[in-house]
Design a protein around this ligand. Structure first.
Ligand SMILES: *Cc1c(COP(=O)(O)O)cnc(C)c1O
Length: 383
């Protein structure tokens, strides 16, 4: 039966437990498995290599992304580390100019030391992507909408350019989840997630995912997953399966709330700049509408000069000042000193991540309550 994503979230992957009929996948809290004789295992050998709870989640993520092979990791960065380990000294990556700070850090301070280099371009500008592709480039790595400026990159157009040149396309799909965007169907080769965000959805677990369609690529990634070993634990796999069951209803509310807040902020007179691809005034609006089923629930903005952003952070009450995003509760952060502190100030400011930038992860509370809180915090920060 061909299920829609709302049903797949609940019945996709491995649905429940064959042996007992338990409606939930059991937590197989075991490191190893009895073998019935030499070379006679029952499909499981050692839990770094494979674990039934993790496997159920991996299959579910593959189904949701309309891929074939899924892998679950102990964090989004463990997933990114594994994907970057596909490359070797002398290889180069073309990377979106505003990406998650930790992705920049692992490229700049870890993989660069191994001779894998990168070039940062504005991937929303296809000419820049085209011009950056040289022989040594092996992949284009994009985030869309990107963190924290919500820049939208046309995945199909980038895939078209990269495919013609024989390069891989890697998409970090954390901000939208497969519920809103499925990059593999748009021509991407590898999808990456920090499951810590919307997939887990409750700010109570750290996880990461990789999904691909191609068997040869999957074989290399499975090899690396086992060789590097940054796998997701059985309990955290359970939490992610549980989180995914409500992803659809959560994302619907996240997006609805974000739409209301963005529209209010835009016409409030409180902001000098607002970044949200669900607003018609946003440069990414058309591409976002074409390639995704919603604009997500991340909004970034710069307050008008009449307001002091530092005071705003001290005055916010219902919304929590914290790193991370994608949980049921609304969070606000200061990218320059928090999520993107790993990026040097000059690099940051060149792409627009100014000190005054505020990033809001809109939760699933009542939207009017959130607006009341934002308004009182902005009013309290008047200079
Ligand atoms: C959080 C995040 C990551 C890193 O994931 P962790 O689970 O924190 O390791 C990668 N990409 C994006 C877009 C993120 O928001």
């Amino acid at each position: 039966m061909n299920l829609a994503i709302e049903s797949l979230l609940i019945h996709g992957g491995i649905d429940g437990d064959e042996t007992t009929g338990a409606v939930n996948v059991p937590i197989y809290q075991t490191s190893t498995y009895k073998q019935d004789g030499l070379g006679k295992d029952r499909g499981w050998e050692y839990s770094r290599t494979g674990n039934p709870t993790r496997a159920a989640l991996e299959k579910l993520m593959a189904d949701l992304e309309q891929g074939e092979y899924g892998m679950a990791f102990a964090s989004g960065l463990a997933a990114i580390n594994t994907v970057l380990s596909l490359f070797k000294s002398g290889d180069k990556l073309v990377v979106s100019d505003n990406i998650y700070g930790g992705t920049f850090r692992i490229l700049d301070n870890v993989f660069k030391n191994f001779g894998i280099t990168y070039q940062i371009v504005d991937t929303s500008d296809l000419k820049q992507v085209k011009d950056a592709i040289t022989d040594e480039v092996k992949a284009v790595y994009i985030e869309t909408p990107a963190n924290p400026l919500l820049t939208v990159t046309d995945i199909a157009a980038v895939a078209d350019i990269a495919k013609k040149a024989g390069k891989l396309v890697i998409v970090d799909n954390t901000f939208l989840t497969p519920y809103l965007q499925r990059p593999l169907t748009l021509g991407a080769d590898i999808v990456i997630h920090s499951g810590t965000k919307y997939i887990g959805g409750h700010s109570d677990t750290i996880s990461g995912f990789v999904v691909v369609k191609d068997k040869a690529l999957a074989d290399r990634l499975y090899y690396l997953q086992n060789a590097i070993g940054g796998v997701l634990s059985p309990f955290d796999s359970f939490l992610n399966i549980r989180g995914l069951k409500t992803l659809g209803v959560r994302m619907d509310r996240h997006v609805e709330n974000a739409g209301k807040i963005a529209a209010w902020l835009e016409k409030s007179g409180y902001v000098e700049k607002i970044y949200y691809p669900g607003l018609e005034s946003d440069p990414g609006y058309e591409v976002q509408k074409k390639q995704a089923d919603g604009a997500g629930a991340m909004i970034s903005f710069v307050l008008d000069k009449k307001y002091d952003y530092k005071k705003f952070f001290e005055s916010i009450k219902l919304v929590t000042l914290a790193e991370s995003l994608g949980g049921v509760e609304s969070l606000v952060c200061h990218p320059a000193s928090m999520t993107h502190a790993a990026i040097p100030k000059d690099v940051r400011e060149k792409v627009g991540i100014v000190d005054e930038l505020i990033r809001l992860s809109v939760g699933i509370e009542n939207a009017d309550d959130l607006i009341v809180d934002l308004e009182q915090a902005i009013e309290a920060s008047r200079i």
